[in-house]
Design a protein around this ligand. Sequence first.
Ligand code: APR
Length: 310
Amino acid sequence: MRQKVTVVGAGNVGATAAQRLAEKSLCDVALVDIIEGVPQGKALDLSEAAPIEKHDSHLAGANSYEISQGSDIVIITAGIPRKPGMSRDDLISTNAGIMKAVTREVVRWSPDAILIIVSNPLDAMCHVALEASGFPKNRVMGMAGVLDSARFRAFIAMELNVSVENTHAFVLGGHGDTMVPLPRYSTVAGIPITELMPAERIEALVKRTANGGAEIVGLLKTGSAFYAPASAAVEMAEAILKDRKKILPCAAYLEGEYGIHDLFIGVPVKLGAGGIESIIEIKLTDEEAAALSRSAEAVAELKQMLKTLG
Ligand code: APR
């Protein structure tokens, strides 16, 4: 039977994710957006590319949620993106309202779905979705770590002039300035980058990774990154749809793991048909653990801000 993914928000990230899902023949795709004509138009345009791209995924768009009925996965990208000078956190009040309303509709039509949250500020939006859905924690997750580690991998490959495929990278923590890239666990063909580059070059790549989103916002000026975020969300969806048991860094709800309680934060998880099937705890040095707990504090502050927003 065909699997189905709904993408809410047919903007830059959402439409690109829909395109990648269809062109990889992973599933049928429903696109939902509040702007009249946009999800319908983009779904039709993508359907008309199908004969050339050689896939049979069905794509449809709508301004209401009936179309999303029975989805296996719902990727939520609805919200406003950043403009230059804005941090992800500046989006919180607008996007929290959108996330709550969207999640309620999604759950009505797809009570068994797995939710992949993309809207920013990511970790806070995951809290909103978890609460509004009433879903168990294994079925609500955020896309951040896959994107952040892809950025780190891309920069490592550029620096060493090697194939991106040979690179592996680990990034923990919140999706923001406090993210925690782990050079020790970042490798090229299995060799830790700490043996391949001087410490100051690693430091420069780590900084560029933490600032990766802002670098793109600064260049685009009218919006934020979308090709790589869409790729990252689709990699997570694929791991779930195909029950691949892939270990990927995702924002997961922690209840004591890494000493963190009741917070969404980026950690390595096993993704399969059950969503987050387990959280993988890796040993951290004191310095890394301190950086992770600083990151958790920043997420906790946002969670507190959500409470005051109501
Ligand atoms: N319901 C459905 N769609 C909505 C709603 C809503 N309540 N509110 C806004 N949208 C839609 C907008 O109409 C728009 O088409 O969400 C889409 C967002 O698309 P873009 O503005 O192109 O933003 P994008 O770059 O895709 O980023 C979306 O992902 O990476 C994050 O920070 C980013 O929070 C932002 C989100």
